[in-house]
Ligand binder design. Structure first.
Ligand SMILES: NC(=O)c1ccc[n+]([C@@H]2O[C@H](COP(=O)([O-])OP(=O)(O)OC[C@H]3O[C@@H](n4cnc5c(N)ncnc54)[C@H](OP(=O)(O)O)[C@@H]3O)[C@@H](O)[C@H]2O)c1
Length: 290
């Protein structure tokens, strides 16, 4: 039976994959987080993959605190870069196909049209730089891999913008949200489904050759202000959202002004039908409410 190891599986994306396992009875899933498998330890991963026969490794573990990474450079480097090097080396040796999750932060954010997979990368933050290093290790050491760059992830699990907006919207009458940073939200449930469809395709097509980098977010474009406004309306908070700009909302890490990802490649190669961001918020909110 095809075996899929999911690392960092208590986070947003890992939790969404866990919810989908019954739809994929042909796969055996092994869910781990740092307590069971610390991906910064090469020895631990070797022992783990020698004990459990692993065919695919979905790496959901990362240092995802974008502002925290500016101050904790070593930790971000360990988890986002060196641990991915471990995964790349072990995957190449044991013939495992790794599915790595990366980010829109690898781009400068100065563009004006959706980023393609082979557009020039130029990260402006420690988080983006360390995630790009991880991508590069995989490319160099284990060419037979899939890297999926995504953006603005949200889900009913963990910490994310949607949950913060719901909480603040209950407490406050007015919220100021930046409208000069434009991108696309990604419902982690949709990304999780797509990852499993990709693995199913790789399983059914042993001659598959299109390994490498792909972009995935929901479809469409919005600002954080648009996203926050839609969240308040759909949740039913009586909170007014007002637009502000990045100058009045300073953060430790530099945020990209434009980070829309072009999804043509993943749609074409894997035949994915990607839903528009606006239509997915209610699905997530209904799960949070229930
Ligand atoms: N969140 C976003 O907006 C966003 C946007 C673009 C791309 N991404 C990428 O998408 C992926 C999934 O993100 P996410 O939001 O689901 O992440 P998340 O919720 O922060 O989950 C990451 C998980 O990894 C665990 N972890 C930390 N150190 C570990 C270690 N040494 N070994 C094993 N597990 C460890 C964390 O545990 P603790 O909680 O105990 O630390 C957590 O359970 C990441 O690669 C991220 O870079 C995220």
């Amino acid at each position: 039976m095809t075996s899929i190891l999911v690392t960092g599986s208590n986070g947003q994306l890992g939790s969404e994959i866990r919810e989908l396992t019954t739809l994929y009875p042909e796969f055996k899933f092994i869910f781990t987080d740092i307590e069971e498998l610390d991906i910064t330890s090469l020895d631990e991963i070797i022992q783990f993959v020698e004990k459990h026969k692993v065919n695919y490794l979905i790496n959901c573990a990362a240092y995802t605190n974008v502002d925290g990474a500016e101050e904790n450079v070593d930790i971000a480097e360990q988890l986002n870069a060196k641990a991915v090097k471990n995964i790349a080396e072990i995957s190449a040796h044991y013939q495992i196909i790794p599915i790595q999750i990366s980010t829109d932060y690898v781009f400068s954010g100065k563009g004006f049209k959706p980023y393609n997979e082979d557009d020039e990368t130029s990260p402006g933050s420690v988080y983006g730089k360390t995630k790009l290093k991880g991508e590069n290790y995989l490319r160099e050491i284990c060419p037979k891999h899939i890297t999926i760059r995504t953006s603005w992830l949200y889900s009913p699990f963990g910490q994310n913008f949607l949950k913060t907006m719901i909480k603040l919207g209950k407490e406050r009458e007015e919220l100021h949200v930046v409208s000069d940073q434009v991108g696309t939200p990604t419902y982690a449930h949709d990304l999780a489904k797509s990852i499993l469809k990709i693995i199913r395709r790789l399983e059914n097509d042993k001659n598959f050759k299109e390994f490498g980098v792909y972009h995935y977010s929901n479809d469409g474009v919005c600002s954080w202000f648009d996203f926050a406004t839609e969240i308040q309306i759909i949740f039913g908070n009586n909170c007014k959202t007002k637009s502000t700009d990045s100058e009045s909302f300073k953060t430790l890490a530099k945020r990209p002004h434009y980070s829309v990802l072009n999804k043509s490649k993943i749609k074409h190669i894997f035949g994915l039908d990607i839903p528009h961001w606006r239509g997915r918020i209610s699905h997530c909110i209904n799960r949070i409410k229930s």
